[in-house]
Design a binder for this molecule. Sequence first.
Ligand code: S3P
Length: 177
Amino acid sequence: MINRNIYLIGFMASGKTSVGRKLAARLNMEFIDLDQRIEEEERQSITVIFKEKGECYFREVESKVLRSFSESKSCLIALGGGTVCYSSNIDQVNQNGLSIYLKRSNMRLLGRLRQKRSKRPLIANLSDDELKAFIDDKMKERASFYEQAQLIIDADEFDSKNDLVQFIVEKMVEIES
Ligand code: S3P
């Protein structure tokens, strides 16, 4: 049905990986999780990369691994929360495939991220109040990148992942026809 890459973008814990997996299965596309590819390439966890080599190094590797998919067609790639906010990556993504932003409110992100801090070095050591401030600040920085996506989905409006995936598929049919 689609012969270009799909890139799922959005803040940490917006559901890129779990929704991406389901969507890829539904569309019969190969699913790739960019963070996981970075860990395989570097043979280190994201946490260790941040700790030992720093965020700048991580961003360089992230952009390099992202670009390694520019020749691929029909991969569905779940990006990291910061990927499109660095190194013209949003242009790279928009030129190379279809970008989909899984948009969620800051309140919802806070709820979702509270239980999911440990594997995310940018927030691992933050208290609840600090986490809330972090989300508010980062969203201010990042929203203008996320909003450049070709398809923006209000993910909070869906009660189930299946409904969300079904809606995205319908939107894609509209776009592709
Ligand atoms: C990051 C998000 C993470 C991961 C890294 C940095 C960010 O990915 O790439 O910890 O800057 O928002 P997820 O969005 O999959 O958590």
